[in-house]
Design a protein around this ligand. Structure first.
Ligand code: FAD
Length: 443
């Protein structure tokens, strides 16, 4: 059994490890076009901000460690074609420029996503960057030398995490966002407002409703961002306006894409073409609350899809049952989290949703260092079926979102949450935790 994997980060490496664990006799080969494998891309902003010591710290397993476990790792090898009929791929060795073909019994496409780069950003001006992988991070690090003012285009979670990193490095930061709010559409307006206020409280200049038209430069280096509201001076520009799934190989192989534009897979991570699997950010997944296919490229999903694909490619039987749209990010002293649907999302889907907002403290008010926490709980009117939750509060406190996520997986209702036996002691929560209060009010 020859298992060939394209892409060596979260999904690809999880699949490689699981496949070998399931069938130690299988030959598993990973082709990665870059020079890094098996690392936590989620940690990239924290290396730039100085919270994590260096890039190497993000690496879970080095190529040497993977090879010692029996995984064939080919770095600097880009897969340029798939011939599903002949069950072989074409591989370009970037160092030598040589192209070869490689046979497979099972093929996994774990190719991730790419940053969306609008025309105005397609420039060879120095100081213009995206952040997707370690080399991107290293390039930003290099550009930081001598930089004083950074302009982040895009107010999504990566832009927000980077804003904090650059403020920690002493830079002046301006964030440009086309929409009238930051934090994408992942939170309802009130909760996005809290995120924006925290950015501004920490010195990030947030400009909303601004469209970028171009970049200005001098002597080969960026000097500013031209917008419909004037010129924003900057000596470093980050483009963080979204991502698109890397589906070129899937298309070449005749694999069906979903309505989201990402690869369509079944619960076994099989694509529409026999012998070809897909996992990770390049795939869509089932949203268990809406029963619709969605494209939500996040780390746990990628790792989990990879594991499932690995087991199945090696002859086992595993299923990926879907997601409930859980996400979390840090913004200076706060955290923001969501799971399920926001009120706005539920309404857009035509659901009869009701939400309740509760503001309290993360633990008993009489115990020191109690901090504010804000929770919105959303449920279906009439049935009480839980639809989602949003939380903004001090960092650790918002992991409460996981309680609601677990209930959403089981299609729980408000009553289930209200009756859940949550942990209580004054340093950790109030006796009636903010989630229980919200469930009680909504029930
Ligand atoms: P990727 O990590 O994108 O890996 C795909 C690999 O495939 C790449 O190395 C690429 O070079 C390789 N490849 C592509 N095409 C080819 C080819 N033709 N031939 C050979 N190799 C190829 N998620 C969270 O859940 N929480 C977070 O806090 C979070 N923070 C993030 C912060 C940042 C800055 C970024 C960039 C991502 C963050 N994510 C976060 C998302 C998370 O990192 C991804 O979901 C995860 O890395 C996806 O793994 P993957 O293996 O599917 O794809």
């Amino acid at each position: 059994m020859r298992i060939v994997i394209v892409g060596g980060v979260a999904a690809g490496m999880s699949a490689a490890s699981r496949a070998l664990r399931h069938d130690p006799k299988a030959e598993v080969v990973v082709f990665e076009r870059g020079e890094w494998i098996s690392y936590g891309a989620c940690g990239l902003p924290y290396v730039l901000g100085g919270d994590v010591e260096d890039w190497q710290a993000l690496v879970a397993r080095t190529p040497a460690q993977m090879r010692s476990r029996g995984v064939g790792v080919r770095l600097g090898h880009e897969v340029t074609g798939v011939d599903a009929g002949a069950a072989q791929i074409t591989v370009l060795d970037r160092a030598t420029g040589r192209t070869t073909t490689e046979p497979y019994d099972r093929l996994l496409l774990a190719t991730g996503v790419s940053a969306i780069l609008p025309d105005w950003a397609r420039t060879d001006l120095a100081g213009v960057h995206v952040l997707r992988d370690i080399p991107d991070g290293q390039a930003i690090e290099k550009s930081l030398a001598g930089a004083k003012r950074v302009c982040i285009v895009g107010g999504g979670y990566i832009g927000i995490e980077l804003a904090e990193a650059f403020r920690a490095r002493g830079l002046s930061v301006v964030m440009l966002e086309k929409a009238e709010f930051v934090a994408g559409r992942v939170l309802d307006a009130e909760y996005r407002g809290r995120v924006q206020a925290e950015l501004e409280r920490n010195g990030v200049e947030v400009r909303l409703g601004v469209s970028v038209e171009g970049l200005t430069g001098k002597a080969g280096r960026v000097t500013g961002v031209q917008t419909d509201a004037g010129l924003v001076r900057a000596d470093l520009v980050i483009v963080a306006i979204g991502v698109k799934p890397n589906v070129e190989l899937a298309k070449a192989a005749g694999v069906r894409l979903g309505k989201t534009g990402a690869v369509a897979v079944n619960a076994a991570q099989q694509t529409s073409v026999a012998g070809i699997y897909a996992a990770g950010d390049n795939c869509q997944s089932l949203h268990r609350v809406t029963r619709r296919q969605v494209h939500v490229p996040l780390g746990l999903t990628a790792n989990r899809m990879g594991r499932v694909a690995g087991v199945n490619m090696a002859g086992g039987s595993a299923k990926f049952l879907g997601i409930v749209g859980t996400g979390i990010f840090k913004v200076f002293g706060l955290g923001a989290a969501r799971t399920g649907l926001t009120q706005a999302e539920a309404e857009a889907l035509g659901l009869h949703a009701a939400s309740v907002d509760v503001s309290s403290t993360d633990h008993a008010g009489y115990y020191h260092d109690a901090s504010p926490i804000h929770v919105r709980l959303t449920a279906e009117k009439g049935t009480g079926r839980l639809l989602g939750a949003q939380l903004v509060g001090c960092r650790e406190s918002i992991k409460r979102v996981d309680v609601v996520a677990a209930l959403l997986h089981g299609r729980g209702n408000v009553q289930d949450l209200a009756e859940t036996d949550l942990a209580y002691a004054p340093p950790f929560s109030s006796v009636w935790d903010v989630l229980l209060v919200a469930a009680d009010r909504l029930g």
